[in-house]
Design a protein. Structure first.
Length: 92
């Protein structure tokens, strides 16, 4: 039986992983805006966002990685679209 090669977290590109997590988090947040609040899918998606935030914390040691600089830009657009608001939350 062949042995599995040793894996290392050193092989992970943190910047690339954070970019993928940011994109995924944004898409999940948009989808959640269309889900029944507190329904099973919404709850699962909420847990997914928490897990994404946990991975980002491990990589950056910042609890607010996806939210830094966004609090001051959280302004409802004239159309009041949720995607505009969520984009403000996840863009740097």
């Amino acid at each position: 039986m062949a042995r599995r090669p040793k894996l290392s977290d050193d092989l992970i590109d943190p910047e690339q992983l954070l970019a993928a997590l940011k994109s995924c988090r944004h898409d999940v947040a948009i989808a959640m805006s269309r889900m029944q609040i507190n329904g099973p899918l919404y709850v699962a998606a909420s847990e997914l966002l928490s897990s994404i935030d946990a991975v980002a914390f491990v990589l950056t040691n910042r609890h607010d990685f996806f939210f830094r600089r966004s609090a001051v830009r959280l302004v409802v657009s004239p159309a009041g679209s949720i995607s505009t608001i969520l984009s403000a939350l996840t863009t740097e």
